[in-house]
Ligand binder design. Structure first.
Ligand code: HEC
Ligand code: HEC
Length: 240
């Protein structure tokens, strides 16, 4: 049901004819006063409006970007006899991939991806939108095609989109990420899904052939998958 325009008009008229400072002010002063009041309310609302999402954050947990050491293979951890200690050690090694900028740039805790090894906010400003694939008028796929485009260095994959907010990792410690990815209230992948995703998913796999002169994640997707498999087999325990 629409509110009658007449009713709205009478509110305005009532305000305009209110006595100001004990006497009726001249009509153009009233108009000016009304204008000032409305502008002040608008400015107040703009200044106090809570932002829907925080800005892309400066990372409080540093990420080692110059980490070029080869990824250690899962079987190198067999020397650790205590399975709980081995589990944590395996995840710490896998964490060198998980916390690499190639993965982290798509796993912010905002709706805006980050770019480069320094994980700067994505330029131009893009937002994840409903499905992570961008807003209705600026889709990720407008620029990110099915494959890396070498002439311009723009990375690509057919499924290019941002990880959902509840899978955001930037600024978390490795232990926090480890608990989050196993929390059904948040990420929600079952362990076999997680393993499959890490070992097989081609968006994850992009991190090892990122194109455009970017540093790839250490090791290979397969070696990373084996670390995750061995971590799950030893109880999927998390660092502190
Ligand atoms: C207007 C074009 C454009 C749109 C739209 C766009 N991007 Fe980008 N994106 C780029 C360019 C160009 C680069 C490369 C910048 C560089 O590496 O210096 C880039 C880089 C990235 C990177 C960094 C890769 C890395 O590890 O350095 C990520 C992540 C990314 N985009 C995600 C997204 C997501 C997610 C969307 C949609 C929500 C999106 N982009 C939409 C142009 C775009
Ligand atoms: C281009 C963006 C992009 C990149 C790069 C990327 N991811 Fe993701 N990631 C996603 C999206 C989107 C999802 C959600 C997938 C879904 O719901 O099917 C996701 C989900 C995940 C999940 C599930 C998390 C949870 O809480 O259940 C894991 C694990 C993951 N990614 C690992 C990685 C790793 C490891 C890398 C780097 C080697 C990586 N991702 C790189 C976009 C990306």
């Amino acid at each position: 049901m629409r509110r009658s325009p007449c009713l709205r008009y009478s509110f305005v008229m009532a305000w305009l004819s209110l006595p100001a400072f004990g006497r009726r002010v001249r009509s153009h002063w009233r108009a000016l006063l009304t204008c000032i009041v409305f502008v002040s309310i608008a400015v107040f609302l703009m200044l106090t409006r809570p932002d829907a999402l925080p800005e892309s954050e400066a990372l409080d947990v540093p990420v080692a970007t110059s980490d070029n050491a080869p990824l250690r293979a899962a079987n190198e951890f067999e020397a650790i006899l205590d399975p709980s200690i081995r589990s944590v050690a395996l995840f710490e090694e896998a964490g060198r991939v998980i916390r690499h900028p190639r993965c982290m740039n798509c796993h912010p805790r905002t709706d805006r991806p980050t770019q480069t090894d320094a994980m700067r906010p994505h330029l131009p400003w893009v937002a994840a939108g409903q499905d992570g694939g961008g807003g209705p008028t600026l889709r990720c796929a407008s620029c990110h095609n099915a494959d890396n485009f070498e002439p311009s260095g723009v990375p690509g994959n057919p499924g290019w989109r941002l990880a959902p907010l509840n899978m955001g990792w930037q600024g978390l410690t490795l232990g926090e990420i480890c608990r989050q990815i196993q929390d059904p209230e948040r990420g929600g992948m079952a362990r076999d899904e997680l393993l499959h995703h890490m070992r097989e998913d081609s968006l994850v796999g992009w991190a090892w052939h990122p194109g455009g002169g970017r540093t790839p994640a250490p090791g290979s997707q397969d070696a990373f998958g084996s670390l995750i498999e061995a971590w799950i087999a030893t109880g999927a325990l998390c660092p502190e």
